[in-house]
Design a binder for this molecule. Structure first.
Ligand code: PMP
Length: 465
């Protein structure tokens, strides 16, 4: 934030933030030095900060504000529900109308295999619940040895101990004693970096082979489930070839392990169809959802279960003994009311249709930056995309030797009035609101180009080329 433009009130807030607020996934000591960027208002795709600086949000908050900021009907849905019934527990057989309607709606719009919805506070809790239900399921059906979980390198599945262990990004393990002994990984299906990456069919075959090999190594009788993202988000927007998800689903079925699709980012139109699973007719055993479910207006996630998994658990609980999983805010009625209105905007409000119309321009804009000297790869699916910066296009060498590159790119983006994700390894992530116009896409990438041109002039970046 521009210190000259800050008011005394903002200065006081900055001091309080530095002293007291612990930020998620942030270097705590560096944050104390840098201080916060305090956001004050937002409308459509635009953010404003406490110094009055306007930013075009190219990342929908944290890949969640799919309907854009300032949707009055969502605010109304929340307000009305707050007046009517601000809280209802799901314990003691209580329920609320929005929670019931939302569960039914989610069952209606997710793949046909999914018949039950457990409503959580967000994605991490949805993943954690999925992992716990899977353990419970295999115990319930008399196969208690099935305890091992397989996920993918560069995958991200949230910040609970189970989810962060299923995550295979070193920073989420560092100092947390993760992964757990039951958590294992196979290589990421990364078309740009995998040895078989140049050939879609070979890459799919390699992924299937690595899942089979890992199951064989652990013993099929010991493996509970395979977790994956249809497009890996926090690992750097890694887009596997079309057909990959279906091939992994078929392999998991053959190997007698549960297939879990984490659509926390890819759900609700982000990659084109309502869910990424829909593009390939994939029917998972479990699905995790969050982010776009409420478009970030309030916290909520969901763990979707197939009837097989639900019934396995339900039938094994003796009468009078509860399935011991739940939280005070499970199925929160105000979040559910918001989710229902957001889901209406996606379909009747034309938001997903808009995203499908704008996606070709988004893809073309990313592709147009391939010729930039710093860009090694440009990739996307729907309105989820990335540019991977390299210091050598021929060898695909990254910018690992240039310290603080991500932070400097982010600062340059801020100066140029734009926000996108700058991953530590030189990947720039984009996930604009699904309400973006063609003009917004043009503005976004005009600003991105300015940031790349600035970076190209930095002496240490030039020296690395
Ligand atoms: N799964 C995936 C694929 C995610 O991207 C995220 C969040 N980025 C999560 C789970 C965790 O969700 P939350 O941050 O809402 O807890």
């Amino acid at each position: 934030m521009n210190p000259a433009a800050r008011s005394a009130d903002t200065d006081a807030l900055v001091r309080l933030d530095r002293a007291h607020l612990v930020h998620p996934v942030t270097n705590w000591r560096q944050h104390e030095e840098r201080g916060p960027l305090i956001l004050t208002e937002a409308r459509g795709p635009w953010l404003k900060d406490a110094s009055g600086h306007e930013l075009l949000d190219g990342f929908a908050g944290l890949w969640c504000v799919n309907v854009g900021y300032g949707q009055e009907s969502v605010v109304r849905a929340a307000t009305e529900q707050l007046h009517k019934l601000p809280y209802a527990t799901g314990y003691f057989d209580f329920a609320s109308e929005p929670a019931i309607r939302l569960a039914a709606k989610l069952v209606d719009i997710t793949p046909p295999s999914l018949t039950r919805a457990y409503l959580t506070l967000g994605g991490s809790e949805a993943v954690d619940a999925a992992a716990r239900f899977i353990v419970q399921y295999w115990n319930a059906v008399g196969r208690p040895a099935k305890k091992h979980f397989i996920s993918q390198e560069r995958g991200y599945h949230g910040s609970s101990s189970t989810g962060a262990g299923l995550t295979a990004l070193p920073v989420f393990h560092r100092g947390f004693d993760l992964p757990l002994p039951t958590q294992h990984y196979i290589p990421s299906p990364n078309p740009y970096r995998h040895p078989q990456g140049g050939d879609a069919q070979a890459l799919i075959a390699a992924s299937v082979a690595s899942l089979r090999a890992k199951v064989a190594e652990l013993g099929a009788d010991n493996v509970a489930a395979f977790f994956c993202e249809p497009v890996q988000g926090s690992g750097g927007v890694i887009v596997p070839p079309v057909g990959w998800l279906k091939a992994m689903r078929d392999a998991a079925r053959e190997l007698d392990i549960l297939f879990v699709v984490d659509e926390v980012i890819t759900g609700f139109g982000r990659t084109g169809p309502m869910f990424a699973c829909d593009a390939e007719g994939v029917e998972p055993d479990l699905m995790t959802l969050a982010k776009g479910l409420t478009s970030g207006y309030l916290p909520m996630g969901a763990t979707m279960l197939s009837e097989k998994v639900y019934a396995g658990i339900a039938d094994a609980a003796p009468a009078g003994v509860p399935v011991g999983h739940g939280a005070t805010y499970s199925a929160h009625p105000v979040s559910a009311a918001v989710a229902l209105e957001v889901l209406r905007l996606y379909t009747e409000g034309g938001v997903i249709a808009n995203a499908q119309r704008v996606a070709p321009a988004f893809a073309a804009a990313l592709d147009g930056l391939r010729s930039h000297p710093l860009v090694g790869d440009a990739r996307c699916r729907g309105l989820l995309g990335a540019l991977e910066l390299v210091s050598s296009k021929a060898t695909k060498r990254g910018f690992g030797a240039v310290p603080g590159l991500a932070e400097r790119l982010f600062a340059s983006a801020y100066r140029n009035g734009v926000v996108f994700r700058c991953f530590g390894d030189g990947v720039l992530g984009f996930a604009p609101a699904l309400t973006y116009t063609h003009g917004d896409v043009e503005q976004l990438f005009a600003r991105v180009r300015k940031v790349l041109d600035e970076a190209l002039a930095w002496p240490d970046v030039r020296a690395a080329l």
